[in-house]
Design a protein around this ligand. Structure first.
Ligand SMILES: CC(C)(COP(=O)(O)OP(=O)(O)OC[C@H]1O[C@@H](n2cnc3c(N)ncnc32)[C@H](O)[C@@H]1OP(=O)(O)O)[C@@H](O)C(=O)NCCC(=O)NCCS
Length: 382
């Protein structure tokens, strides 16, 4: 966890921050210290612990980077960041776990998303249980009734842990990587020509953020089309998108230091935006890009827009970010349409992750049951 090659400086910083942290333990006496974006030492401890765990639990994941963790805590995805806590068991001065808690404020007001990780050398000693009790406590304090937590689908230990608290396997998402050096360029060109022919009624527009308000207004509907992506048995409401939220997403992304690339397809006759795709890069991870949403509105499906948008994005990125090596994308594991597009252009499966759900109050959770039934084959995802 602590980088042994870095000499005493990291340890010195950690000891200093632990001293501060202990004095900040909240009034309940619980051993959780909230990590704020400006707490450099605490952020570094989060990063050390997360990276130690990733090497054991998920070696293909990118390392956490202190600046990005701090900016994530400041800006989140849409200026409503989640919270992060370090867990120090009583009597200890070394953090043994990281707890993430996020509770949406614009929709899904019954929901808490949580994540917890225990240092690999300290598992099966009740620390995970102590952290889960904090998740449950905070959820009740917030008056919420649905908790989502995720883990790798093949991590049977984490699964046993979650089921012990009553969580139910409710959905699954697949992570894929596109290694640009491995992409079959001739096949890509063929797919591009095919998609261009099918989408001849559309023009493509490249738009980097910040996007003018007038264009963002036109993107609201296609952004909301992401609600058509399958969600398995997770209980949820459609996410609400309006101009302010789209602006906040771009502001948060800029604050994080990201470059946000979007291509959208405009129907030549009606002028309507039929589909879009978003990719985000960050100079702190120059060879890596993250695929954001790709969505096509219902009335514009069937014109190979998903394929065309993604290939056009590859062309754009090759011009402006030639150093990129790898793009990561996540799709619901049953989102066959989007996965077929991704596989065709060279994405390969890395791992499947399961989403587990705990319903604390069955009555309160019926609110969104109508929303829970989603199409299974939809051209949305990433
Ligand atoms: C899952 C995780 C949080 C459990 O943390 P932990 O501190 O080992 O959990 P606890 O010691 O409180 O375990 C409580 C119970 O969960 C079950 N459990 C936990 N790990 C298990 C494993 N590897 N195999 C089988 N059962 C397990 C057991 O019933 C255990 O009780 P026991 O040790 O008396 O048999 C930890 O393994 C971890 O950080 N994994 C990687 C991150 C992750 O996948 N998190 C998922 C939740 S978001």
């Amino acid at each position: 966890m602590i980088n042994v090659n870095s000499g005493g400086s990291i340890n010195a910083r950690i000891n200093k921050s632990v001293a501060t942290a202990i004095s900040l333990r909240h009034a309940t006496g619980m051993p959780f210290i909230r990590v704020r974006p400006q707490d450099d030492d605490l952020v570094q401890q989060v990063v050390d612990l997360e990276n130690t765990a990733k090497r054991v639990d998920d070696p293909e994941a990118d390392d956490s980077i202190p600046e990005l963790v701090a900016r994530g805590l400041k800006y989140g995805w849409d200026l409503e960041p989640g919270e992060k806590y370090l867990y120090y068991p009583e009597g200890g001065d070394t953090p043994l776990g990281v707890l993430d808690i996020d509770h949406p404020m614009r929709d899904n007001l019954q929901l808490v998303w949580a994540g917890l990780v225990v240092h690999p050398d300290h598992r099966r000693r009740g620390h995970g249980t102590a952290m889960m009790e904090e998740v449950l406590r905070q959820t009740r304090e917030l008056g919420r009734s649905i908790i989502w937590m995720g883990t790798a689908e093949d991590d049977l230990g984490a699964r046993a842990f979650l089921e012990r608290f009553g969580f139910v396997y409710s959905s699954h998402d697949a992570r894929r990587f596109q290694v640009l050096a491995d992409v079959d360029r001739a096949e890509l060109d063929r797919l591009h020509r095919e998609a261009m022919a099918a989408a001849s009624d559309y023009e493509l527009v490249r738009q980097m953020s910040p996007t003018p308000d007038g264009i963002l207004e036109q993107l609201i509907k296609v952004t909301a089309a992401i609600n058509d992506a399958p969600m398995g048995d997770l209980v949820f409401e459609d996410e609400k998108f309006d101009l302010q939220r789209l602006k906040d997403i771009e502001t948060a992304s800029a604050g994080t230091g990201n470059r946000l690339y979007r291509i959208f397809a405009r129907h030549k006759i009606t002028g309507e935006v039929g589909g879009h795709t978003v990719v985000v890069t960050n100079p702190l991870r120059p060879t890596f890009a993250g695929q954001g949403d790709t969505a096509v509105s219902r009335e514009h499906r069937g014109h190979r827009l998903g394929m065309l948008l993604k290939i056009e994005m590859m062309h754009w990125l090759a011009d402006v970010e030639p150093q990129l090596e790898r793009i990561e994308t996540w799709n619901h594991a049953d989102n066959t349409f989007m996965i077929n597009v991704n596989e065709a252009i060279g994405y390969r499966l890395s791992r499947v992750f399961a989403a587990f759900q705990l319903l604390l109050d069955q009555q309160a959770t019926t609110v969104a049951s109508a929303e829970a039934t989603k199409e299974t084959l939809t051209p949305v995802g990433g």
